[in-house]
Design a protein around this ligand. Structure first.
Ligand code: AMP
Ligand code: TRP
Length: 326
């Protein structure tokens, strides 16, 4: 059975980009793979965090995983810092990664600009991500398009270590959705939808009230042509809304364009509000109950135990192959 691993950072504002690009795949994969899903709190602290907020967001994201349909009976779900081998392997991989490789990472270059004094952890973020993935002999990593470069690095590190020390790691592959792999901001459809955009109307969060969803979609940036057709270059706003519509409804973009021939943006947006709200309803409904439950905490503890067992086996193999320890 193939092994799947992915992670999401415990921050607020989990949005439909996270859902359509990554989280949705988590649920689909559960039935025919051995899935491990992580809440990557050690990645979150690469930028400043308020400890109380961080703790809350860890459980928020865990509850969201379960509300969208991740089943802790089928999948291992746990918090990254509860399994110490992530940091341990991280150090070992640091010593097998080049400064030049990390300097080329576009996410680092972007995030560094937002910080007055970027931490070493922010620079090193992709190595910790590689250790998350390689620790579990992962075959497949479901993520959004923005993580392609990080996955490529994890592969390069695995291949390098295997070459130097003999077969040690499984070389992982990324898994990207055809529609929804890169959801753009509603206010500026040339940049990706993000958790940190100060404009709340730039995104739709999974737990937003139906009315808020409506306001965000109805005020989404479009163009003055008034024709619903797909062209990311000429019509990034409408194309993004078509992608979102397609991802939630399962209808192809071509089919939607035909359906809305002769209709204005207003009609199209109104229908999109319905489609999005219908998809988010069951998530919103399940979330509150799960978030309050003791089962949530219990399943994370159990997940960490199971994950540690797998991780320890890998660490033993790595240490042996590299000549570390007694
Ligand atoms: P993060 O919030 O950075 O932990 O991201 C969690 C997952 O959501 C990752 O797999 C990302 O690739 C994915 N993701 C983040 N933003 C977007 C977006 N705008 N469109 C599609 N996927 C996204
Ligand atoms: N870097 C990923 C993101 O921002 C989160 C992440 C951390 C991750 N470790 C991972 C994703 C391992 C997949 C596998 O979206």
């Amino acid at each position: 059975m193939s092994r799947v691993f992915s992670g999401v950072q415990p921050t607020g504002n989990i949005h439909i980009g996270n859902y359509l690009g990554a989280l949705r795949q988590f649920v689909d994969l559960q039935n025919d793979s051995e899935c491990i899903y992580c809440i990557v709190d050690m990645h979150a602290i690469t930028v400043p965090q308020d400890p109380k907020e961080l703790k809350k967001h860890i459980l928020d994201v865990a509850a969201l995983y379960m509300a969208i349909g991740v089943d802790p009976k089928k999948s291992i779900v746990f918090v990254q810092s509860d399994v110490k081998q992530h940091a341990e392997l991280g150090w070992i991989l640091n010593c097998n990664t080049y400064m030049g490789e990390l300097s080329r990472m576009t996410q680092y270059k972007q995030k560094k600009q937002k910080s007055e004094n970027p931490s070493v952890g922010l620079f090193d973020y992709p190595v910790l991500m590689a250790s998350d993935i390689l620790l579990y002999d992962t075959d497949t990593v479901p993520v959004g398009n923005d993580q392609k470069q990080h996955i490529e690095l994890a592969r390069d590190i695995a291949i390098r270590v295997n070459g130097k020390y003999g077969k040690t790691f499984v070389v992982p592959d990324g898994r990207f959705m055809k529609s929804g792999a890169r959801v753009m901001s509603l206010d500026d459809p040339t940049s990706k939808m993000s958790k940190s955009n100060p404009n709340e109307k730039s995104r739709i969060c999974l737990l937003d009230e139906p009315n808020k969803v409506k306001k965000a979609i109805m005020s989404a940036t479009t163009d003055s042509e008034g024709v619903i057709r797909y062209s990311v270059k000429e019509k990034p706003g409408i194309s993004n809304l078509l992608d979102i519509y397609s991802a939630f409804s399962g209808k192809s973009v071509a089919k939607l364009v035909k359906e809305y021939e002769g209709h204005g943006y207003g009609d199209f947006k109104k229908d999109l509000v319905e489609v999005v709200n219908q998809s988010l309803d069951p998530i919103r409904n399940r979330y509150q109950e799960i978030r309050q439950s003791q089962e949530l905490v219990d399943s994370l503890k159990e997940g960490a135990e199971k994950a540690s067992e797998i991780a320890e086996k890998t660490i033993k193999r790595v240490k042996k192959n590299m000549g570390l320890g007694l």
